[in-house]
Write a protein of this length. Sequence first.
Length: 150
Amino acid sequence: MKNTIINILIFVLMFNLIMIIFPEGKTQKYCKLTIKIFIIIYIINNIFFKGSIMFDEFMNDIPENTYTYEREINIQNVDNEFIEEINKNNFNGEEVIKDIAINFTDDLNIKAIITLNEFLDYDETNDLKSDIAEIFKISTDDIEIDLWEE
């Protein structure tokens, strides 16, 4: 109960602070309404549900593989001869690989996304993944293959 009273006092303090910061008008009316709604929800939560509704549960549903920072480099824009050389070595000069995108994350993980012009069978796909993994010194699990659609 002590925790509830302290939190309500903090909400009231925030309410008064917003009255000082925002001048009269629509913004202040909106802030007043929003804080009053938060206070009512908080009081009802603590009285009827004994504070059992936790908003931390919603934050746990975020997948771990989402990145906060990501930088992408398209090899086609930087060095088109690199893609032509891979096509020449692996597919006898036929233009199978359209583009290779390299993604760098904030953890300095590298992920390659290969865009193809045509379908490849399982063996060709594995050979291409192993070649790209060897070139960029990454795992084959970090390589994704997409089919280009017009």
